[in-house]
Write a protein that binds this ligand. Structure first.
Ligand SMILES: [Fe+2]
Length: 448
C-alpha cells in the first residue's frame, strides 16, 4: 500500500472513530487511546495536504502552494477543483479512485481565468458523476508533469448532514493573521472529523485588488483541497463589483445571470447563497439604476422560485450582511429586510448565516427564522460594548474568532458554536415533527 493511501486509510478510520465518538459526546472518556491515534493520523493527513500542494517547477508555478480548493455543484455528485498558477500554457487535471492508475487517467483541460496581474491565473475543472463517499485522488499539471497527488472524499449525503460555518475570515493587522485562521480551520476539523463541507460567509480578504491578500487567505485553505468550501462574497470582495472573487471561487451558475448568487442541495438541506452587496448604493451606481432594478427583480424572482421548488426539510440562507444584526449602521440590513426578507419568510427559510459585524450573535426565532452571525477571522470591531445587545439577541460572544458546526437530520437542525480554541460558546436546535413533513408532502402551507 502506498504511503499516501495508507495515510488516507488511517485518516478515514480516524474520521470514523471521531465521528462515532462525537455522537455519544463522550469520546474523551471512551476513546482516549484511539483519540490520540486519531489526532496523529489527522496531523499526518494535514502534512500530506500541505506538502502535496507544493507546485512542481515543471508546471511553471514558483510558489509553494497551488491553493487548490474544491466546491460542490448543485448536487454533491459534481465537484469543481480550482487552483492557482502562472503557466502560459494550458493546465490539466487527472483523477481516479485508484492512485496507481493516475498516470493513465484521462486528462481534463482546465478553464483558465486571468486574475489581477500578468502571470496570475485561476484554473478550474469540473468532475461529474462522482460516487458519494468515495476517496478520489487528483493531480494537477501541464499535461506532461504533474504535482504529487492530492485527495478528497466525494461528499456523502445520508443520515446526518454535518457542515461548518466560517464567518468573515478577513485579517486584522496583517496578512500573517491568516495563519491563525488556518489553525482554527484545522482544529475545527480535528474536533469534528465527520465534517462534510464548510461555508465561508464573505469578507475573505481586506482589499480585493491586492494579490497578497488573496494569497494569504488561499494559502491557508489546505483543508479545502480535501472537503468542499462553499463561499459567498462580502463587501470586502468588492461592493461595486466582485470580479476577482468570481474568478477565484467556482460555484454552480444557477442564480441570476452574471451574479454571485447560487443554490445547492445537500442531504436534508437547500442552501441559498446570496450576495448582499448587490443591494448597496455603490452597486446600483456601477450598474446604472434601470439595469440594477431589472436585475433586482430577477434576483427576487429567482429567490422566490428557489424556495418554492425546495423539497428539503431545511432551507438555509448564507448572506454576508446581517438581516438582523447588532445595529443597522454601515450595513444593508434595512434593504435586505425590505427586499428579500419577506420572500425568505414566505418561502420557509429556517436559518440565516451571516457575518460582517465581527461578533457572534444568535437571535431568537424572528418570524420563523433564526439568524446566526459568526466571525472566524482575526478582525475585531467594537460592535458589542457589553450593554447594547438588541432585544432579539439570545446569545452573544465578542471575545474572538469562532466557528459553527451544524448537524441536520430529517427532524432536527442542531447548531453548536465554538471559540477558536474549541470551547463551546453556544448551542441551540430547531425541530420539525411528523406533522410538518406530512403537510409539506401534501403541499399544505406549514405554520410553525
Ligand atoms: Fe463585511
Amino acid at each position: 500500500m502506498s504511503g499516501i493511501k495508507k495515510i488516507a486509510c488511517i485518516f478515514a478510520i480516524a474520521a470514523g472513530i471521531l465521528a462515532a465518538a462525537w455522537v455519544v459526546y463522550d469520546f474523551a472518556d471512551l476513546f482516549l487511546h484511539e483519540q490520540e491515534d486519531a489526532e496523529e493520523a489527522i496531523m499526518a493527513a494535514k502534512d500530506v495536504a500541505s506538502s502535496s500542494q507544493e507546485g512542481s517547477p515543471a508546471a511553471g508555478f514558483p510558489e509553494a502552494n497551488r491553493q487548490a480548493v474544491i466546491s460542490m455543484g448543485q448536487n454533491p455528485g459534481t465537484v469543481y477543483v480550482s487552483w492557482t498558477g502562472n503557466a502560459k500554457e494550458p493546465e490539466y487535471l487527472r483523477y481516479s479512485d485508484d492512485p496507481y492508475s493516475l498516470p493513465v487517467a484521462v486528462q481534463q483541460k482546465a478553464e483558465r481565468k486571468k486574475l489581477l496581474s500578468d502571470g496570475w491565473y485561476r484554473y478550474t475543472v469540473t468532475l461529474r458523476n462522482l460516487e458519494q463517499g468515495k476517496l478520489y485522488y487528483y493531480e494537477i499539471g501541464d499535461g506532461t508533469s504533474f504535482d504529487s497527488p492530492r485527495f478528497f472524499y466525494a461528499p456523502k449525503e445520508g443520515g446526518e448532514d454535518v457542515f461548518a460555518y466560517l464567518g468573515d475570515p478577513q485579517f486584522d493587522n496583517s496578512v500573517a493573521d491568516y495563519h491563525a485562521w488556518g489553525d482554527l480551520v484545522w482544529n475545527m476539523y480535528k474536533n469534528n472529523a465527520d465534517l462534510e463541507f464548510a461555508i465561508a460567509g464573505g469578507d475573505l480578504v481586506n482589499v480585493p485588488t491586492d494579490e497578497a491578500h488573496w494569497k494569504g487567505f488561499l494559502d491557508n485553505c489546505g483543508l479545502f483541497s480535501m472537503i468542499p468550501l462553499m463561499t459567498i462574497p462580502g463587501n470586502h470582495e468588492g461592493v461595486s463589483s466582485n470580479n476577482t472573487y468570481k474568478k477565484i471561487f467556482h460555484h454552480v451558475g444557477n442564480g441570476p445571470a452574471g451574479e454571485a448568487f447560487y443554490y445547492f442541495d445537500y442531504g436534508h438541506c437547500r442552501f441559498i447563497m446570496l450576495d448582499s452587496s448587490f443591494l448597496t448604493g455603490d452597486r446600483k451606481k456601477s450598474m446604472g439604476e434601470a439595469a440594477w432594478k431589472r436585475r433586482e427583480a430577477a434576483v427576487e424572482r429567482w429567490l422566490r422560485q428557489t424556495l418554492a421548488q425546495s423539497d428539503k426539510t431545511w432551507n438555509i440562507v448564507a448572506v454576508h450582511h446581517p438581516v438582523y444584526g447588532m445595529h443597522d449602521v454601515f450595513t444593508v440590513s434595512p434593504q435586505i429586510r425590505e427586499s428579500w426578507l419577506p420572500i425568505m419568510e414566505a418561502g420557509g427559510v429556517d436559518l440565516v448565516l451571516c457575518g460582517h459585524q465581527h461578533v457572534y450573535m444568535r437571535t431568537r426565532k424572528i418570524d420563523g427564522i433564526v439568524h446566526v452571525m459568526g466571525v472566524s477571522g482575526a478582525k475585531r470591531s467594537n460592535y458589542y460594548k457589553g450593554f447594547n445587545a438588541p432585544n432579539y439577541s439570545e446569545s452573544l460572544y465578542a471575545a474572538g474568532a469562532n466557528y459553527q458546526i451544524i448537524r441536520a437530520t430529517a427532524d432536527r437542525l442542531e447548531l453548536t458554536s465554538y471559540s477558536k480554541n474549541g470551547h463551546i460558546i453556544d448551542a441551540a436546535h430547531i425541530e420539525k415533527g411528523l406533522a410538518f413533513r406530512a403537510k409539506k408532502k401534501l403541499g399544505i402551507p406549514v405554520e410553525e
